[in-house]
Design a protein around this ligand. Structure first.
Ligand code: FES
Length: 562
């Protein structure tokens, strides 16, 4: 609720500011055009509904911004958040004078300033105010753009269009400044015209002493209050920091495999996990700045002495969006009551897409999978008698044939190792569908291999042959690796066994060896193929397998009952 209010009020203020920027940009043409456009960009905000909306947005946004800083357990935060926060507090200091000289003057004296007066008062009467206003434009715009970025950084369409958005974010203030500066030259010319200045100042002269007093007094008070708030916040956090430093601490073991960092930290129960990590000077991902929106601060809880408090509605929503398993939590939302050990799931500088929805297995999970291993028979010997280019060509044709078969059957192509292939089935399904997909893949692979052999008949002395091993069971599947070499893969005994079945297929001169469990789920009647009990290296128990000479001989699956 608070987040929505802050966002909505921020958007209203941004709309108001954008109107001003457009109006300033029109200054590139003529001052008359600036006055004309202000009827659309500024006047609506001076109507009663416009005034109420703008005032409410201003008060709400300012109050919630201060509240959010007070609510923070620590002032340690990312550089981006610091910039946004600092710019936010600079805004009232920079624009107070401008607001009193324009809007408050209008409300009190009913004097609606024209751009001629505005540009004269800025560039001729007090040029330092013009410089302050230019700086204020950049500060306000940058503050707003960071807010937009924080809000949109989890939206895929924004991620796709970040470059055009950045271009617009730079173009708008550049045009606004260009408009103001070209207005300066026009006004300096006009001021030379006899009687021009008297005409411009005539409506305002009667109010002048009172207006000036009001502007200076108002500006002083706004600045005083802003500085008082900033000092109060700093003192408040300082005192809290001293008091909290006395409280009992628990231990946090933090690990980030992406950076190789491992650290034991002291953790205060009143600090979130993210704050604890940041307080120790450790860079940890937090695209949304700890607002519980982006999910990039997520950690896996490897071990904890007691149960952690359950996620609240905000955290739960984000965890569901990324399909997080129960042991994954948002570091910015978790206040651990007891010692625990966590692993960061992203590096300190995640890409923006990491904030988007993630597959269920992203953080690593146990899943009943079918693992396929395939290997090209006699390829080492074959490659010895060929040029390296020929070998690369042959391998790529073979990989394309096998990869197409696996993907067409719904499998996940894990990796090519030398002339071998590893694939996973059932990452997003159950063991029945995984087994059906895997057996379909072996049949497609056999067909594709036959086709490849036909195509290469004139180039090969003998047709290519493959051996395939299929086994199923609980495996750990997840995103594994380091930096760019990270991909979805599976580990566990099932993987080793599938690999050994593939090796065994060579001894049996068979194209496929499938474990009996997988065969039972695959939906094809494999009872016609010999059932054997084999002992594999690294396994204590014998494993029942079906030995299939050619995957093309597998009978079709029976039609499901209508
Ligand atoms: S930092 Fe964005 S959800 Fe925690």
């Amino acid at each position: 609720m608070i987040g929505t209010l802050r966002l909505t009020s921020g958007l209203i203020l941004f709309l108001f500011v954008s109107g001003h920027f457009i109006n300033h940009a029109v200054g590139i043409t003529t001052i008359e055009a600036m006055n004309a456009v202000s009827a659309f960009t500024i006047t609506p905000w001076r109507t009663l509904p416009g005034t109420i909306l703008l005032s409410a947005a201003l008060v709400t946004h300012g109050t919630l911004a201060v509240w959010s800083v007070i609510r923070r357990r620590t002032l340690r935060t990312s550089l981006k958040d610091w910039i946004q926060l600092t710019l936010g507090f600079l805004i009232p200091l920079l624009i107070a004078s401008h607001v009193f000289a324009t809007r408050v003057t209008y409300e009190v004296y009913g004097y609606s300033e024209r751009y001629s007066y505005e540009l004269w008062s800025l560039w001729v009467a007090s040029p330092q105010k013009a410089i302050t206003l230019c700086v204020a434009l950049l500060v306000v715009w940058t503050h707003g753009c960071i807010g937009w970025h924080n809000w949109l950084s989890t939206k895929s369409w924004y991620l796709r269009n970040r470059n055009p958005a950045l271009f617009i974010a730079i173009l708008v203030p550049a045009l606004a400044l260009a408009g103001l500066i070209s207005g300066r030259y026009r006004i300096i010319e006009q001021v030379q015209e006899p009687g021009w200045l008297d005409a411009v100042l005539a409506p305002i002269r009667p109010h002048f002493p009172g207006m000036a007093q009001m502007v200076f007094g108002g500006e002083f008070r706004v600045r005083l209050v802003t500085v008082a708030i900033i000092v109060t916040i700093i003192l408040y956090h300082l005192i809290r920091w001293v008091l909290n430093a006395q409280k009992a601490k628990t231990r946090l073991h933090y690990r980030n495999p992406q950076t190789g960092l491992s650290a034991d930290l002291n953790m205060r129960p009143d600090m979130s996990l993210l704050d604890t990590i940041r307080s120790a000077g450790i860079a940890h991902a937090s695209v949304c700045g700890g607002r519980g929106r982006c999910s990039t601060c997520r950690v896996r809880i490897d071990h904890s002495l007691t149960d952690m408090p359950p996620p609240d509605a905000t955290e739960q929503k984000v965890l569901e969006r990324i399909s997080a398993p129960p042991n994954v939590r948002l570091a910015c939302q978790l206040f651990p009551p007891s010692p625990l050990s966590v692993t960061a799931l992203l590096g300190p500088n995640p890409s923006a897409k990491d904030a988007g929805p993630q597959p269920r297995h992203h953080a690593g999970m146990e899943q009943d999978l079918v693992i396929l291993f395939a290997d090209l028979r006699g390829f080492t010997k074959l490659s010895e008698s060929r040029l390296p280019y020929d070998v690369a060509y042959l391998l790529n044709r073979y990989f394309a044939a096998m990869g197409t078969a696996i993907e067409a059957s719904g499998g996940h192509l894990d990796k090519f190792i030398g002339d071998g292939v590893m694939a996973l089935f059932g990452i997003d399904g159950n063991i029945e569908s995984a087994s059906r997909q895997a057996i379909a893949a072996t049949m497609r692979m056999a067909r594709n291999l036959d086709k490849l052999n036909e195509d290469l008949a004139t180039e090969m002395n003998a047709p290519l042959k493959i051996g395939i091993g299929l086994h199923s069971g609980l495996s750990i599947v997840g995103n594994m690796g380091f930096r760019n070499a990270t991909s979805i893969t599976a580990i566990g005994d099932v993987v080793n066994t599938a690999s050994r079945l593939e090796s065994l297929s060579k001894d049996h001169d068979a194209q496929l060896i499938i474990s009996e469990r997988t065969a039972r789920y695959c939906g094809h009647d494999l009872s016609g193929f010999p059932l054997q009990s084999v002992t594999l290296r690294g396994r204590q128990d014998a494993l029942e397998v079906r030995v299939i000479g050619s995957a093309l001989k597998i009978p079709p699956a029976p039609e499901p009952d209508k």
